[in-house]
Design a protein around this ligand. Structure first.
Ligand SMILES: *[C@@H]1O[C@H](CO)[C@@H](O)[C@H](O)[C@H]1NC(C)=O
Ligand SMILES: *[C@@H]1O[C@H](CO)[C@@H](O)[C@H](O)[C@H]1NC(C)=O
Ligand SMILES: *[C@@H]1O[C@H](CO)[C@@H](O)[C@H](O)[C@H]1NC(C)=O
Ligand SMILES: *[C@@H]1O[C@H](CO)[C@@H](O)[C@H](O)[C@H]1NC(C)=O
Length: 545
C-alpha cells in the first residue's frame, strides 16, 4: 500500500513537472495536433506585409496578412513574429477580433478564433521594437487546409530587417518656403469612378455621386486631415453626409493660417469633373488640402493633404497632378457603399482603403489577386499667375486677406464668384442666429418593379436623407414616391354556364338530332382559356314509328 501510494505521488509529481515544462516550451504551432500530417511547401498560402516594405523602421507599425490564393481558403492558422534566434520580436496584435485572437499554445503568436469561418485573408498589426539595432524579424505562419497543414516554408515566412538608421543630417527640417510672390492657381477635380473602372458593387442608379468638394490653402499650422489622425467633426460630416458646412466653419476659426477656401458643388451622379476653382498661395500659406466624399459610402473620401506648392528655389510649382485613392474617415464601420450607418466607437484614425484592408470580401475594394486599386479620380492644380510682392511682406499676421468683422476671414473677396456658392456663406436664422442647414437628399433611385406582374400595379422609387434640415432650413421632401404601372392584361379563363338538358329528338320516327345549349358566364381575357361551343348536337333514333 505504501509503495503504491509512493508511486502514485511520484507520478503526480512527474505530471505536475511536465505540465510546468510544457508551459515553458514557448510556442506550439503544430496545427495537426500531432496526428495530422504536415506537408512541404507553402501550397499557395503566404504571409505578406502591406506595402511590401524592404525594411522596418523602429517603433513603426505594419500590417501583416496571412492569405490564401483564391479559390483556396483556410480556417486554422498560427502566425508569429520572431527574431533570428526564434524569440518573440516586436508586438503582434489583433485587428479583427471576430476572426483572430492571441494564441494560447503560443503566447507571442496569433491564431484563429474558436468560431472558425473560411477566409482568404486575415490582417494583423505588428509594432516594430522601438530601439535601433534590434535585428531582423521573420513572420512565420502555419496554415491548415482540410486534413493537412503547412508551416514556414516558401511564402509562409517573410523576413524584414531594420532600415539604415537615419542620421541627424538626413532628417529634413520642416519645409520653409522662401517665395516672396503670391501665386494664383486653378484647382480641378476629374472623376474616374465609374462602373467600368470600379465594377465591384458600383452603386449604379443608386444615387452614386461626389459630394461638394472643399479645399483650402494654408500654412503648416493647420491640418485639414491627415493619414493616421482622427477626423475632425467637419471631416466627419463631410465623410458621412457629404456636407462641407462644418468643415468650412472649422476653417473660418483658423483665421490667418488659411489663405483661400474653395468649394465646388457635388456631382450627381458621379459623372464628370469639378473644375475652375481658384486658390492663392503665399510664403506662409503654401500648402493645399481638399476632400470630397464618395457617395454613397459609410465615410469614404478622396482628396489631398498638406501638398506643398512652394519650390526650393523660392518659386511656385507650375502644375501638379494627384491620383486619388479612397480613404476611410474612421467614423463609420460600414463595409460597402450601401452599408447602413454604423458609427465607429471609439472613433478610429483616418486610413487608406486598400485591396487587402479591410480584408473583407464585402469591401468593394477587396481583391486578393492584385494589390493595386484604380484611382477614383485626379486632382490637377495649374498655376495661373504669379504676383510679385516685397520679400519683407508679412502674410497673415497683419495681412489684408485675413481680418474682417464678419468672421469671413480667409475667403478672399472676389473668390466667391468663381465658386459655387449655393450654401456659402451659410445662412443664419434671423431669430435664433444659428446657422440654417437645408435638407439635402440623394437623387431618386430608378423606379422599382411594378407591384403586379399583370394588370394595374404601383411602382416605387426612393431616396435617402443625406443631411437633415436644422434651425429652420428647408425641410426634406418625401423619401418615397409611387406611381401607377400597367402590365399586360391579366389572363382569365372563360367560364360557361352548365349545359341545358338535351332537347327532344327532332323526329318522332327514324334518325333525327338533339341539341343542347349553354350560355357564357364570363368572357376570357388576355391569354386565358377561350370559351367553348355554346351549342352541341347529337344524332338520335326515334322509335315511335
Ligand atoms: C511566393 O510569392 C511570389 C509572388 O507572389 C511567387 O512569385 C512565388 O512563386 C511564391 N513562392 C512560392 C515558393 O510559392
Ligand atoms: C472631364 O475631364 C476629362 C479630362 O479632361 C474629359 O475627358 C471629360 O470629357 C470631362 N467630362 C465631362 C463630363 O466634362
Ligand atoms: C481584381 O483585380 C484584377 C486585376 O486588376 C481584376 O482583373 C479582377 O477583376 C479584380 N477582382 C475583383 C473581384 O474585382
Ligand atoms: C519692406 O522693404 C521696403 C524696401 O526695402 C520698405 O520700404 C518697406 O517699408 C518694408 N516693409 C515692411 C513691412 O517691412
Amino acid at each position: 500500500m505504501w509503495i503504491i501510494r509512493s508511486i502514485y505521488l511520484l507520478l503526480l509529481g512527474l505530471l505536475v513537472f511536465t505540465i510546468k515544462e510544457s508551459d515553458a516550451v514557448s510556442c506550439n504551432r503544430d496545427l495537426g495536433g500531432g496526428s495530422l500530417p504536415r506537408i512541404q511547401g507553402d501550397n499557395g498560402y503566404r504571409v505578406r506585409i502591406t506595402g511590401q516594405p524592404e525594411f522596418y523602421n523602429p517603433g513603426d507599425t505594419y500590417q501583416v496578412l496571412v492569405q490564401s490564393t483564391p479559390p483556396l481558403s483556410f480556417k486554422q492558422f498560427v502566425l508569429v513574429a520572431e527574431n533570428d534566434a526564434g524569440e518573440p520580436f516586436g508586438e503582434l496584435s489583433i485587428l479583427d477580433t471576430r476572426q483572430s485572437q492571441m494564441a494560447e499554445d503560443c503566447p507571442h503568436g496569433v491564431t484563429h478564433t474558436s468560431h472558425i469561418a473560411s477566409k482568404t485573408s486575415v490582417t494583423f498589426q505588428w509594432l516594430a521594437p522601438s530601439e535601433t539595432g534590434a535585428g531582423c524579424v521573420t513572420f512565420k505562419a502555419s496554415v491548415m487546409h482540410r486534413k493537412v497543414w503547412f508551416m514556414d516554408e516558401g511564402n509562409l515566412s517573410t523576413r524584414l530587417c531594420e532600415g539604415e538608421p537615419v542620421t541627424e543630417e538626413e532628417v529634413t527640417p520642416a519645409f520653409e518656403c522662401c517665395a516672396c510672390s503670391v501665386a494664383e492657381y486653378d484647382f480641378s477635380f476629374y472623376g474616374q469612378w465609374t462602373v467600368q473602372t470600379h465594377p465591384k458593387d458600383y452603386p449604379s442608379g443608386r444615387g452614386n455621386h461626389w459630394s461638394d468638394l472643399i479645399g483650402a490653402t494654408h500654412s503648416s499650422g493647420y491640418t485639414m486631415w491627415e493619414d493616421g489622425s482622427y477626423a475632425s467633426d467637419g471631416v466627419k460630416q463631410l465623410a458621412q453626409y457629404g456636407s462641407p458646412v462644418s468643415l468650412q466653419k472649422e476653417m473660418r476659426l483658423q483665421g490667418s493660417t488659411i489663405r483661400s477656401v474653395f468649394k465646388h458643388r457635388g456631382l450627381w451622379p458621379a459623372v464628370g469633373n469639378m473644375t475652375n476653382m481658384l486658390m492663392e498661395v503665399d510664403r506662409r500659406r503654401h500648402m493645399v488640402s481638399a476632400l470630397t466624399m464618395i457617395g454613397p459610402s459609410p465615410d469614404w473620401l478622396v482628396g489631398i493633404s498638406n501638398e506643398n506648392l512652394c519650390t526650393a528655389d523660392c518659386g511656385w510649382v507650375e502644375s501638379a497632378e494627384f491620383d486619388l485613392l479612397p480613404w476611410d474617415a474612421g467614423t463609420d464601420s460600414g463595409i460597402s457603399y450601401m452599408s447602413r450607418n454604423a458609427p465607429t466607437n471609439p472613433q478610429e484614425k483616418m486610413h487608406r482603403l486598400t485591396a487587402t484592408f479591410p480584408d473583407n470580401v464585402m469591401s468593394p475594394f477587396f481583391n486578393t489577386t492584385d494589390g493595386e486599386l484604380q484611382p477614383m479620380g485626379k486632382i490637377v492644380v495649374r498655376r495661373l499667375s504669379v504676383m510679385e510682392a516685397p520679400c519683407n511682406a508679412t502674410y497673415g499676421e497683419t495681412g489684408a486677406h485675413d481680418t474682417g468683422d464678419s468672421g469671413e476671414t480667409m475667403v478672399k473677396p472676389g473668390m466667391d464668384k468663381h465658386m459655387d456658392t449655393t450654401d456659402m456663406p451659410p445662412k443664419k436664422n434671423m431669430v435664433t442666429g444659428r446657422y440654417v442647414v437645408d435638407c439635402m437628399m440623394s437623387e431618386w433611385s430608378d423606379w422599382g418593379e411594378c407591384s403586379k406582374s399583370c394588370g394595374k400595379g404601383r411602382m416605387v422609387r426612393t431616396r435617402m436623407v443625406k443631411v437633415r434640415a436644422k434651425n429652420g432650413g428647408e425641410s426634406c421632401g418625401p423619401r418615397k414616391e409611387s406611381k401607377k404601372c400597367m402590365m399586360e392584361v391579366c389572363p382569365r379563363d372563360c367560364m360557361m354556364m352548365p349545359w341545358s338538358d338535351w332537347s327532344e329528338c327532332s323526329v318522332s320516327c327514324g334518325e333525327g338530332v338533339q341539341i343542347r345549349t349553354r350560355t357564357m358566364k364570363r368572357r376570357s381575357k388576355g391569354s386565358g382559356e377561350p370559351c367553348g361551343d355554346r351549342k352541341e348536337m347529337r344524332v338520335c333514333e326515334a322509335t315511335a314509328c
